[in-house]
Design a protein around this ligand. Structure first.
Ligand SMILES: [Zn+2]
Length: 473
């Protein structure tokens, strides 16, 4: 719009000047070096305008000619940059798609096109890792430590590698350094808790856990469970060292941190009973039972009332069962108590209620029925038949299974006996039913599993993409 206005004004000025000169004709004579030119004022004005215009055009052309090489270089650099970033993008996509050769090819191309080592190094490291070339990946990660913008990512890569090699000590040093850089990174906080716990430094682990929880790196529910596990281990150590009072105190703290944590609550009840507080022991078990019935709680409850006559014990277990009437554990406990009290009909009824007739009944129900048959009729072929069924049962007895490596065990321990992950053994009514991740990666590498709610189905344990942290920044 403005251009049109300017053009209109210029045309108007030219027309006005032309009209002005036409109305006032005059003559101009130029004499120079033996030359003489006679002309009109209008012609001179026109020639002058044409000469000025022509000179302007020549100057513009010359300027463009002089700038050409520089522009050519700039355009070429811009094209290389664009192609470099495209190679980087393709490389990242290849990493995400799990194609190491393609990733490596693009990494090399990006490296030759872009003069940005931090960016291309990350891609090269990921490509090397994908290829299984740990040494090359380690070199790239180590080189990344030198640049402030990639130091954290380099540390993360090295930590993952150290953990995969099982070098917890090396990993811990690197995580400490990562913590200095970014104390708010969730995985840093979680890995610190994990490594201190794995090393059996329970008091340090407890402090780290408190910090991780404060920084919301670990959800409150999970944090309580971890705290109970740590306090349990501290209490066990105190008990082993003969400090019974301290053990009882720690067991109480552990129980209160997570009353539904059966191994902790059962142990606390045992300590209370030994300390002469049977009433408090009973209350602790009942509190735990209300949250989550468990065979360990039933066993501790039985111990507590071991001296009572069988019929009174049955009454006790009825009371326990009534706290959580729909749960199978109460039925199983009642069946056992009725069996001991020789109440055959009662015991059978409880076993039926517990699901012994279903074709996915647990072997423990068949074993109880075998014991019942033997107790009622003496050693008989009927008892043997139930034991055979127990041996052929399609599903295993309830037990603990590791969230990380899938290891199955009957007894809970704070560290998985196979992969040494901290507090990853989860009670399952049907272990091995396919809802446990089976990849043998430690939990910090598994990423999601450490965040997953306890007793929840956990997805496959896969290494989270390294650039996940770039997004967090
Ligand atoms: Zn494990």
């Amino acid at each position: 719009m403005r251009r049109i206005l300017v053009a209109l004004v210029a045309i108007a000025a030219a027309v006005t000047a032309a009209v002005y000169l036409a109305d006032r004709p005059g003559a101009v004579t130029i004499v120079w070096q033996g030359w003489r030119i006679d002309t009109s004022v209008a012609a001179l004005a026109l020639v002058t305008a044409l000469v000025v215009f022509g000179l302007g055009w020549i100057v513009a052309m010359l300027r463009r000619l002089i700038a050409a090489p520089r522009n050519f270089v700039r355009a070429r650099r811009e094209r290389r940059r664009r192609e470099g970033y495209r190679a980087l993008t393709y490389g990242m996509a290849a990493v995400a798609a799990g194609d190491p050769d393609e990733a490596e090819r693009h990494a090399r191309r990006a490296n030759s096109l872009l003069n940005e080592p931090p960016l291309t190094r990350l891609l090269a490291a990921q490509a090397a890792q994908l290829k299984g070339d740990a040494a090359a990946a380690r070199d790239y990660f180590t080189a990344m430590l030198a640049e402030p913008e990639t130091e954290f990512l380099g540390l993360r890569g090295l930590i993952m590698q150290a953990l995969a090699r099982g070098e917890d000590g090396v990993a811990l040093k690197l995580v400490e350094r990562a913590r200095e850089l970014r104390p708010r990174a969730g995985w840093v906080q979680r890995t610190l808790v994990e490594l201190e716990a794995r090393a059996g430094r329970w008091e340090t682990a407890e402090a780290r856990l408190a910090e991780a929880t404060r920084r919301t790196a670990i959800p409150p529910d999970e944090s309580r469970h971890h705290r109970a596990a740590i306090l349990y281990e501290r209490g066990r150590a105190a008990q082993a060292a003969g400090r019974a009072g301290e053990a009882l105190k720690l067991a109480g703290q552990a129980h209160h941190a997570d009353p539904g944590f059966a191994p902790v609550t059962a142990w606390y009840a045992t300590l209370l009973a030994a300390d002469g507080s049977a009433r408090r022991a009973r209350k602790a078990i009942e509190t735990g039972w209300r949250v989550a019935p468990h065979p360990l709680l039933a066993a501790a409850y039985g111990e507590l009332h071991a001296d009572e006559p069988p019929l009174a014990r049955v009454k006790r277990f009825e009371r326990l069962h009534d706290l959580k009437p729909d749960h199978v554990e109460g039925r199983v406990a009642l069946a056992e108590a009725a069996l001991k009290a020789r109440l055959w009909g009662e015991a059978r009824r409880h076993l039926t209620e517990a699901g012994i007739d279903r074709d996915d009944a647990a072997p423990r129900l068949y074993r109880l029925m075998a014991a019942l048959e033997d107790a009622e009729h003496g050693e008989s072929s009927r008892g043997r038949r139930w034991l055979e069924r127990a041996a052929q049962a399609r599903v295993p007895d309830p037990g603990y299974a590791c969230n990380v490596c899938g290891f199955e065990t009957a007894t809970w321990t704070a560290l998985c006996p196979r992969c040494h992950s901290f507090d990853q053994l989860v009670w399952r009514l049907r272990p091995g039913s396919g809802d446990v991740a089976t990849a043998g990666l430690p939990p910090v590498m598994a990423g999601p599993s450490i965040d997953a709610p306890r007793r929840a189905v956990v997805g496959s344990a896969a290494l989270p993409p390294l650039d996940a942290d770039v997004a967090q920044r």
